[in-house]
Design a protein around this ligand. Structure first.
Ligand code: AHR
Length: 304
């Protein structure tokens, strides 16, 4: 890999010398899809900030399908891009394609979601929020709000995705500290508003109109927004009858917080190009070993 960068560096220096301007780096970005409100905002920011950083970005939307991501990454390898950025749909199934990128000497950066690979040298670093901490923040807020006594329904994100696994893990770690707090029903709504609505409709049926339920924890705001709709249609008052806590802090949940229909949301920043591109571009200039995880901070927001 070092040799490739040395050669690329020499070629770049020569071109810069001849033309007086640096060549743009070509980066392939395989994005999960366009589910919810957060992801399109993240995609737009990555595309906009690519221009600011002088990056020639090849953007591929996988529409939620890992097969599409594998195809896109192989196409980037065939095109000989300078680097590949992946926001992986799910954590498993990445070893082979990452090995192919490594053999082609193209550095891979994970953003947003994680992968589960044995050989960590297959990617340079992950640049993302701490999903486990997000789950903990949601759980800690709920523990304080309910005085440690709360039956929770949980709307999970995409099965097998890092945010679903890690947010659940963080949330449960807090609940484990409180004997009177427990998750009584949990189902995946696939991070979509429709999915969240369907899951909450099922919970409403199975729990006799959420009888005895004190909170709804959704792994993202869009599922919570769907849950809010389902509860209102069933004559319930989200935010009053049931505490509503979720993750992302998208504009529509801010409106729900203002209207008293949601109570808390953990912010997941979508404008993260400014965190990602400098890391990738610096690495391309000077490929040294980086920490395997560069954490982007987040915050808890309540109606107050
Ligand atoms: O990976 C981050 C999660 O993916 C966001 O919280 C969710 O909205 C998106 O679908």
């Amino acid at each position: 890999m070092i040799r490739k960068f040395a050669l690329a560096g020499a070629a770049l220096a020569a071109t810069t010398f001849m033309s007086g301007t640096a060549l743009a780096q070509t980066i392939g970005f395989s994005q999960v899809g366009s589910e919810g409100d957060w992801r399109p905002a993240f995609s737009a920011n990555m595309q906009e900030s690519a221009k600011e950083y002088g990056v020639d970005l090849k953007f591929a939307n996988a529409q939620g399908k890992q097969e599409e991501q594998l195809r896109a990454v192989r196409a980037f390898i065939a095109q000989g891009v300078d680097a590949i950025i992946i926001a992986p749909v799910v954590v498993t199934g990445w070893d082979q394609v990452l090995r192919e990128a490594k053999e082609a000497e193209i550095p891979v950066f994970l953003v947003d979601r994680d992968v589960d690979v044995e050989d960590k040298s297959l990617y340079v670093t992950r640049i993302s929020a701490d999903f486990n901490l997000e789950g903990k923040l949601a759980g800690a807020w709920l523990a304080a709000e309910s005085l440690g006594d709360c039956k929770v329904v949980e709307l999970q994100g995409t099965t097998g995705s890092a945010p679903a696994i890690e947010r659940k893990g963080g949330f449960e770690a807090v609940l484990d500290q409180f004997p009177a707090m427990e998750i009584v029903a949990s189902q995946s709504g696939d991070f979509t508003t429709d999915g969240g609505k369907k899951v909450m409709e099922a919970f409403i049926k199975s729990t006799n109109n959420l009888e005895g339920i004190c909170a709804s924890f959704a792994h993202n705001d869009n599922m919570q927004l769907g849950a809010i709709q389902a509860m209102k249609e069933a004559g319930l008052k989200p935010g009053e009858d049931v505490l509503m806590v979720s993750v992302d802090y998208v504009p529509a949940i801010k409106d729900a917080l203002d209207a008293g229909e949601a109570n808390a949301s953990v912010e997941l920043r979508s404008a993260v190009g400014e965190f990602i591109y400098p890391v990738v571009l610096d690495y391309l200039k000077n490929p040294t070993e980086l920490d395997k995880w560069i954490v982007i901070p987040g915050d808890l927001h309540t109606a107050d």
